[in-house]
Write a protein that binds this ligand. Structure first.
Ligand code: ADP
Ligand code: MG
Length: 688
């Protein structure tokens, strides 16, 4: 039974196996070359490719096709067209042409464009990205052929996540090739890799339906902390409950059919929190796959009477969800961020490592920018979460190596004299020891960097696009310097890397990234601490950053403006919705219940007095006082939320909403449990 997994793996992908089966040999070879070498598709084969793809899709049960793309909303978009085409009265054929495959025209007026698309030109264009294979999306009684595409405006400006990502991959590939030539290795293929670890919460659907806040905003705007949540650390890596395991198995079956290499599944730190990690893949494909993973998680949860929450902070007081983006570069199949076994490989490793360190130090603000968003604001820079400061963790061994290069003295780890780049081998770097710091937003984990700041709902393309671009710039800067130096290559490289360490080591931090001391230490080092979305989007306006993206052809000034505008809009809208939802719940669900209980108490107290009861009046009075105060408080605080909403500024709404929450959460402990109108944390997080 289980060996069927191998037979059906990637069955729903128009991959090499299907291509060879459904296309003529020559056409197949051309298409595969396009896919492998990022070459533009030869238009003369488009019709043949489309015909083969259609046959495969029909065989797989598809009735429709769609150009599947990733607009700037952060999600995915699709508009389906049937293959069916009438060719006369009561007669029809199923058609799919090269033109249908390569590009599509779509009404883009309802997708965010941040002013990029003038209102009279509402057309948007989608263009096939042959480097990410077409796939079949199944639903209960049918299926759709999905063609991964880029999405741009009439003028060619990108309106999606994929276009700049592809541009950044090319930029980094070019720079990498340039640097590798300096090491007398050229002509091999560069591959940027991503493994995206996806965290999520699962709760029972019946609870979800009774929480208007979860339904409308993805997070709970009220909810008192349960006595037990994650203090005992008993959920992380704990035995997975049968209902959850069934869900996970259903998810994996779907993902494997789609050729998505889901590999690891486990309980996360918070109760009801879980993680799915795939094997790493080519970056562009891995980004598409992560978007599909999120969709499959949601769909499969629904089928299992669960709800998958991908919001970064669905529950206050317990851990939020991130999406750790593991990133590396490989060259001719060799991971460049893997310390090698000989001096030359190590010189290459150290040069790439320091390119990343330099890049992150110079452009930490841009990396932070990619993690901005209303949801992730609760994870970064909020009261209970890590600060929004970007720093790098290298681990003791690499720190010692850095020190020995920097000082030119015997490092602790090298065990001998100064480490000579290109001559000495590195001391062994145990992979395990490098990954013990879970508080670092950007950690070297043995053979890759792990960017931990992105939020669970965010599209990885954003952070990866920036990472590629800033590292490309760093590599080019190193190449420029090397070209300007005379003399021995290894000696030059040694002094260059030494200078980079001196200049950029401030970004390296090995301590507790969650501590208050780090916030002040980082300030002393001059590292940015961009606390919320509004601050984090600022870097998009800086002239240096604009010049950088322009230079690498990744994003034009106009496209950057558009992203900033969309980011701000999205943020403001979400906060306003949250404020309105909080107000609605407080007034129409909570207040009536509190008022009723208060009235009941008042009546009871009056009656008890009349009856001359000796006991109970004290207790009832104390409680009624608390409820009365709570009612008054709620009244004032609701008015404040209302006022903040009418003023519209996100900061004001957030403050007023938080304040209202404190009152409501206190009342939750006082009101008769059977009457409280919202499912509680202790139910949602523990009952499934
Ligand atoms: P850990 O659990 O210590 O974080 P793992 O080795 O389990 O590390 O990897 C976590 C994620 O990193 C996985 O998705 C894995 O595929 C990915 N990964 C491993 N090597 C690379 C690489 N060279 N490039 C990108 N991602 C990688
Ligand atoms: Mg990890």
């Amino acid at each position: 039974m289980t060996d069927d997994i191998l037979k059906t793996y990637a069955e729903d992908v128009f991959c090499e196996k299907a291509i060879l089966k459904y296309l003529d040999k020559k056409i197949a070879a051309k298409l595969l070359a396009t896919m492998r070498d990022l070459k533009p598709l030869d238009p003369s084969i488009a019709d043949d490719v489309a015909e083969g793809m259609k046959k495969w899709a029909l065989k797989s049960g598809a009735t429709h096709f769609t150009h599947w793309f990733q607009p700037l909303t952060g999600g995915t978009a699709e508009k389906h067209d049937a293959f069916l085409e009438p060719i006369g009265p009561q007669r029809a054929v199923q058609r799919f042409s090269g033109k249908n495959l390569i590009g599509g025209e779509t009404d883009a007026s309802s997708f965010p464009s941040g002013g990029l698309r003038s209102t009279f030109e509402a057309r948007g264009y989608t263009a096939w990205d042959p480097t990410s294979p077409a796939f079949i999306k199944r639903h209960e009684n049918g299926a759709t052929l999905c063609i991964p595409t880029a999405f741009c405006s009439y003028t060619g400006a990108s309106l999606d996540m994929k276009t700049p990502l592809l541009r950044s991959i090319q930029a980094l590939a070019r720079s990498t090739e340039r640097l590798m030539k300096k090491f007398r290795q050229g002509g091999k293929s560069v591959e940027i890799t991503l493994g995206a670890e996806q965290e999520y919460f699962l709760i029972d659907k019946s609870f979800y339906r009774r929480r208007p806040d979860l339904l409308q905003t993805g997070r709970t705007v009220f909810g008192a902390a349960p006595a037990k949540h994650q203090q005992l650390d008993d959920h992380y890596f704990g035995a997975i409950r049968p209902r959850i395991l069934k869900f996970m198995t259903d998810v994996e079956k779907r993902l494997w059919r789609l050729g998505i290499p889901a590999k690891t599944r486990h309980n996360e730190v918070a109760p009801a929190q879980f993680e799915l990690a795939p094997m790493f893949e080519d970056l562009n494909l891995a980004v598409d796959h992560n978007m599909m993973v999120m969709e499959v998680l949601r769909l499969t949860a629904d089928e299992n009477d669960l709800v998958c929450l991908l919001h970064e902070k669905p529950f206050e007081g317990v851990n939020g969800s991130g999406k750790h983006c593991n990133w590396s570069i490989s060259y001719g199949g060799r991971n460049l961020l893997s310390p090698g076994s000989n001096p030359r490989e190590n010189a290459i490793f150290l040069t790439f490592l320091l390119s990343v360190i330099r890049a992150v130090d110079l452009h930490a603000d841009l990396l932070r920018m990619t993690t901005a968003g209303a949801g992730n604001d609760h994870r970064l820079g909020a009261n209970e979460a890590p600060p929004a400061i970007i720093s790098i963790f290298l681990g003791d061994e690499l720190n010692a190596v850095m020190e020995s290069i920097e000082t030119g003295k015997a490092g602790r780890a090298s065990g001998r004299g100064k480490l000579k780049i290109g001559v000495d081998t590195l001391p062994p770097l145990p992979k395990d020891a490098t990954d013990r710091n879970r508080t670092s937003p950007f950690a070297f984990t043995g053979n890759k960097f792990e960017f931990r700041a992105p939020g669970s709902s965010q599209n990885c393309a954003q952070s990866q696009m920036v990472l590629n671009t800033i590292v490309a710039e760093s590599i080019d800067a190193i190449c420029d310097k090397l070209e300007a130096m005379n003399g021995d290559f290894n000696t030059n490289l040694q002094s260059l890397l030494q200078r980079i360490i001196r200049k950029h080591k401030r970004i390296v931090f090995s301590g507790d990234g969650y501590s208050a001391e780090w916030v002040s230490e980082a300030k002393k080092r001059g590292l940015a601490n961009l606390k919320d979305t509004i601050a984090a989007l600022q870097p998009l306006q800086s002239p240096q950053n604009r010049a950088l993206f322009e230079r690498y052809g990744v994003l034009s000034a106009e496209e950057l403006d558009c992203r900033r505008e969309i980011g701000l809009d999205d943020y403001t809208r979400r906060i306003r919705i949250e404020g309105a939802v909080a107000l609605d719940i407080a007034r129409s669900m909570i207040r009536p219940v509190v008022a009723e209980e208060f009235t009941r108490l008042a009546t009871a107290i009056g009656q008890a007095r009349k009856d001359g009861l000796k006991m109970g009046i004290k207790g009832l009075t104390a409680l009624s006082l608390k409820l009365g105060a709570g009612l008054d408080d709620m009244h004032i605080k609701c008015e404040r939320v209302e006022k903040a909403l009418s003023q519209g500024a996100p900061e004001g709404i957030i403050a007023a909403m938080d304040d209202l929450r404190r009152t409501v959460d206190r009342l939750e402990y006082l009101i008769d449990d059977s009457r409280w109108p919202l499912p509680k944390y202790r139910e949602m997080l523990f009952i499934y």
